[in-house]
Design a binder for this molecule. Structure first.
Ligand code: FES
Length: 119
């Protein structure tokens, strides 16, 4: 069963930046793109644990601050590098509260992998 976890206010994340949150047992990075969209991924880079919330956000692309692996925030797919990110559904309600969806049993939702290069 999916658990809906309130993380805080979207307004606390400047556009073009990310922040790290604790969602139950999981650390997640939430990003607020310059065009107002929100994305959530695992907090630590799969390469060597870089803090993804400190990465560079451009549109739907995230660049890790340590060694510049690049990811698609929509799917978590690696654009450069050899491993993708786990992503989570996140939405901002009418009052601006961010709500993250995560599996209630502590497990993580399945990878949401979409190969946008084929669309
Ligand atoms: S830790 Fe992210 S690219 Fe190396």
């Amino acid at each position: 069963m999916t658990k809906h976890i309130r993380l805080g206010l979207l307004s606390e994340i400047p556009k073009g930046e990310g922040r790290t949150f604790l969602a139950g047992m999981h650390r997640v990075a939430v990003f607020h793109s310059r065009d107002g969209h929100t994305f959530a991924t695992q907090a630590d880079c799969p390469h060597k644990g870089g803090p993804l919330a400190d990465g560079l956000v451009g549109g739907t692309t995230l660049i890790c601050p340590l060694h510049e692996w690049t990811f698609d925030l929509r799917s978590g797919m690696a654009i450069s590098g050899t491993c993708g990110l786990r992503t989570y559904p996140v939405t901002a309600g009418e009052d601006g509260t961010l709500v993250l969806d995560i599996e209630e049993d502590g497990g993580q939702p399945p990878w949401r992998v979409t190969d946008y290069s084929k669309t």
